[in-house]
Ligand binder design. Structure first.
Ligand code: MG
Length: 447
């Protein structure tokens, strides 16, 4: 659930959402009274405390105990759900969206967002007001817990060689966009013996630039890296599940490389399969091919990738938007995992970020969207299947067509009448060729 605070996202709505989720979990747990607990954390937005209080009220009203984690990262909540053996988790966050937004992200007891069927059940409970209120003695109780950073960082340290990284005494510039990630990232980097220059590290929620970690929003970080000449620059989004990297020359390398670098390190150590969504760069296939392992492609959405990783016991996975998942830490995208694995790769190879990027190679990627209602979108997909009949097709989430010199993913949005085109190819003219072909189909259908 995501919206604009004070407009379509209020304390009343969020309290009822807490009632719905709590009632759902009680049912799922066999209706046992007083046995259900939920971890609740929030990113740093000024509306976070109000919404956290509201959702906590809703949960307690239906007899669910709440563990209050305070301002923590989204992966931190996922880790604490599992660590404390809770029945679910809630993060009050609107991720990379601007300050006026906030949201409620739900996690099940495995630390993963509910799959579509369960999400639908929770939605129904919310709209039908199907809540099972507790009487006074059975109302939920709230317990604070401040251990999230410590447990999160311990898990990360257990998958890397801390001494090897510390020996390099890396210089790092970190931009945490005044979100929840600054505090744990600084602690992690200190453990790894890095010299850190942190910007926007106070969790005020007053974002000093647009919070999505894209090239156009990170010009100040690039400038500082150019001036200070550290080994690497890292940028997180406000709930710290996404990571973007700036190389030692101050160049933004693109979020797709966060997963590519992590995969390069993990697959260099360990043979095992990889899972990622259909819109993620082919770089991951190249890296997997070098390691002789398989890549499982899933519909877009963290829950889908996490589910595939658990099913196929993948050693690394995630999404091309800077979301790295290592199941040894948790089945959730984690910028701290991305930071640690990248530094480990640099330490072990002795190579700079720009050298590693050069080794991985790269493609030209372009994303476009246009207005199309459900009927038009279906017609476009049907027509594209004929036009691109020679390509390898994956139709699990819209259509992804794989060609020898690139790929094209067409998918509709769940929230607006929009069709997205994601294309990646060996060069810009090839990418344009595929985009033009789609736009031609669109023109014929919408004429
Ligand atoms: Mg996020």
């Amino acid at each position: 659930m995501r919206g604009i605070v004070g407009e379509n996202l209020t304390g009343f709505i969020v309290a009822e959402y807490g009632c719905a989720f709590g009632s759902f979990l009680k049912d799922r747990n066999g209706g046992k009274r007083g046995k259900v607990s939920v971890c609740v954390g929030r990113d740093s937005r000024p509306s976070g405390a109000m919404l956290q209080s509201a959702v906590t009220g809703g949960l307690c009203a239906v007899g669910v105990d709440v563990i209050d984690l305070g301002i923590v990262t989204t992966p931190g909540v996922g880790i604490m759900v599992r660590h404390l053996g809770c029945n679910g988790g809630i993060v009050i966050t609107a991720s990379h969206n601007p300050i006026q937004y906030n949201g409620v992200k739900l996690l099940l007891d495995n630390g993963v967002a509910p799959p579509p069927e369960q999400a639908e059940q929770i939605r129904h409970r919310y709209f039908d007001k199907h809540f099972t209120f507790a009487d006074s003695p059975h109302c939920g109780q709230v317990t604070p817990n401040e251990q999230t950073d410590e447990i999160h960082i311990d898990k990360i340290l257990s998958i890397i060689d801390k001494k090897k990284i510390a020996a390099k005494k890396f210089k790092v510039v970190l931009d945490s966009i005044n979100g929840a990630g600054g505090r744990p990232a600084k602690k992690l980097l200190a453990e790894l013996g890095c010299k850190v220059a942190a910007i926007n590290d106070q969790p005020t929620g007053l974002f000093s630039h647009r919070p999505e970690p894209t090239a156009k929003n990170l010009t100040s970080l690039c400038k500082i890296v150019k001036k200070e000449r550290p080994d690497i620059g890292f940028a997180q989004d406000p709930d710290a599940d996404r990571l973007a990297i700036v190389d030692e020359n101050g160049s933004y390398i693109g979020e797709e490389y966060s997963l590519a670098l992590a995969a390069k390190y993990v697959l260099g150590k360990k043979k095992g399969s990889v899972a990622t969504n259909l819109s993620t760069s082919r770089m991951i296939d190249d890296i997997a091919q070098l390691g002789g392992v398989q890549v499982f492609r899933t519909p877009v959405g963290e829950a889908n990738v996490a589910e595939a990783m658990l099913k196929h016991k993948c050693v690394i996975g995630g999404e091309g938007n800077g979301g790295v998942i290592d199941l040894r830490v948790g089945p959730i995208r984690d910028s701290l995992v991305g930071i640690a694995l990248t530094l480990q790769l640099m330490a072990e190879t002795g190579k700079s970020v720009s050298q590693l990027v050069c080794e991985i190679g790269g493609y030209y990627m372009s994303k476009e969207k246009f207005v199309a209602d459900a009927e038009q979108a279906q017609k476009i997909l049907n027509s594209a299947k004929q036009v691109f009949a020679n390509a390898r097709l994956n139709a699990s989430d819209g259509c992804r067509f794989d060609f020898a010199d690139g790929w094209l993913h067409l998918r509709t949005s769940n929230t607006e009448p929009v069709m997205r085109i994601i294309v990646e190819a060996k060069d810009k003219p090839t990418a344009k060729k595929y985009i033009d072909a789609v736009l031609k189909i669109r023109k014929e259908i919408q004429a």
